[in-house]
Each structure stands twice: as C-alpha cells, then as structure tokens.
Design a binder for this molecule. Sequence first.
Ligand SMILES: NC(=O)c1ccc[n+]([C@@H]2O[C@H](COP(=O)([O-])OP(=O)(O)OC[C@H]3O[C@@H](n4cnc5c(N)ncnc54)[C@H](O)[C@@H]3O)[C@@H](O)[C@H]2O)c1
Length: 264
Amino acid sequence: MSIEGKIALITGGANGIGFCTARKLLRNGAKAVALLDLGDSGGESAAADLNNEFGKDRAIFIVCDVSKSEQLKESFKKIIDTYESLDILVNIAGIMDDADWEIMVDVNYKGIVQATILGLHTMGRYKGGNGGTIVNMSSVAGLEGIPIAPIYGGTQYAIVGFTQSLKHYHEKTGIRMLTICPGLTTTAMAARFMSSKEHAMDLLDEETAAAAMASMQKQPPEHVATAIIQLIEHGKNGAIFVIENNQPAYAVEVPSYSTLKVPI
Ligand SMILES: NC(=O)c1ccc[n+]([C@@H]2O[C@H](COP(=O)([O-])OP(=O)(O)OC[C@H]3O[C@@H](n4cnc5c(N)ncnc54)[C@H](O)[C@@H]3O)[C@@H](O)[C@H]2O)c1
C-alpha cells in the first residue's frame, strides 16, 4: 500500500516511537497525521515541529487519554470532521508499569481495543468506509513474555491475540490487521522503567531489573518507525513484524498450537 496522500492517526504520537512514525509517514507522502496523546505530552510542539518540517496543516495534535472511551470517540469524530476520512490507524500509546498495573491494562489493552473498534467502524467497508490499515503495537514481550515485567508482558500477548483474531474479517472490513513487535528501544518509557523502584508482586529487585535491561541490545525509536512504515507498505493482512537489536525487521507467524504438541 502506498502511503502517498493518506490520512493517518497515531495514538501516543507526541513522543518516542509514535512521533518518529508520524514523521516518517509524512516523509513518505502522507497527506496528514493526527497525533493523539496526553495533555502534558508535549503534543502541541510535536505537531508544530512536523508542520515546520513538512508544511502547514500536515499534523494536528488532539488531547486524548486512550484509556477513556469517550475521549477516543471524540478524537475520531474530530479527525473525520477535519479530514473527512481516515486510512491508517497506528495504535502506539502504551506504558510499562507493573506496579500500577490496572491503569496499565486500561491503557495498553483497553485503549488498543477501543481505538481498533473505532478504526473498524470508521474505515471498515462493512460500515460504508473505504477500508484501510490498522497497526497495533505489541512487543517481543508479546511473543515470549518478559520476566522483569510479567503483567506488561500479558498486555502485549493480549494485543497479539486480539489483532490475530481480527485478521479473519479482512474480506468484510477491507482493513489489514498488522502487529509490530519491537525489542528494547531507547525511549522515555524504557528509561522510566529502568529508574522505577517499584515492581509488582515483590518478585523483582531493582538491581535484577537494571541488569536484565542492560543485557538487552537497544535500538533508537527511528529504527522501529522504519519497520512500521515497511509493515504498512508491504505487510500482508495478519502480518507480525519483529524489530529488535537494531537489525532489519523480519516477519513471524503464530503457529497453530496443534503443531507444537510435546509429550506430557
Ligand atoms: N521502548 C521500548 O523498549 C518498547 C519495546 C516494545 C514495545 N514498546 C511499545 O511502544 C509503545 C510506545 O512506547 P515508547 O517506547 O515510544 O515510549 P514513549 O514513552 O516515548 O511514548 C509513549 C507515548 O504514549 C503516550 N501515552 C501514554 N499513556 C497514554 C494514554 N493513556 N493516552 C494517550 N497517550 C498515552 C505518552 O504520552 C507518549 O507520548 C508502547 O506501547 C510500548 O509498549 C516499547
């Protein structure tokens, strides 16, 4: 799919991987990007930076907490009022905080579910839309778990399971359901986790968490954004791309469990 002339919505678009993705979408010819993010995220200046770089009215910032359904609904309405259509939804907003896990589940899972429902209703052919693309952000932690943040890992598995389940409706919706799974990426989220002293369940101490993070290879957020662009342009419906260790992206498939049988 060509990005040229498309309208994109990016949750968590003010910083980190989301902001880099917005910039690369515009660089690849997107007509406009809407950045949905928290009020204190610096979204205004993020949109201003993009408009300075790419020209007037190419980016807008909408204050939206993705864990609040009403705010998401209002934001989608504002985008349709402004641009009349939506072609690409990239659900990136997320946090890594096992100590405050109920809020994390609301942001990481409920936020993606609600935004995806709105994306399907807005772009889905079965609702009179033109079809489109939805990219949901998961993590390599959504493919094999992550001992230093088990509850976060659970939310990432949930995103993979949700997105894989929806790929079966492609014919009806005209929407490709795609998943991106990055490894450790140098953003504020990763830095906050490294410096947080509280972890859920008292299973993990600070030194072990820091040592585990330090042992992982890192990559800059621009590298992940490049993989997201590749996924949008070339990913088949249901594709899962892994982007880790600052290496090129590769695709993985979730095998049918019956092929994974082992003796009891
Ligand atoms: N950084 C990593 O190592 C890594 C690895 C794999 C996956 N991820 C995923 O990437 C996503 C983006 O993280 P990042 O690393 O770019 O971090 P980041 O902190 O730089 O960016 C996250 C953005 O999401 C926004 N956000 C947080 N809560 C929100 C809410 N309730 N409503 C709307 N916006 C909200 C933040 O304000 C911020 O702008 C997350 O979903 C995360 O799980 C990150």
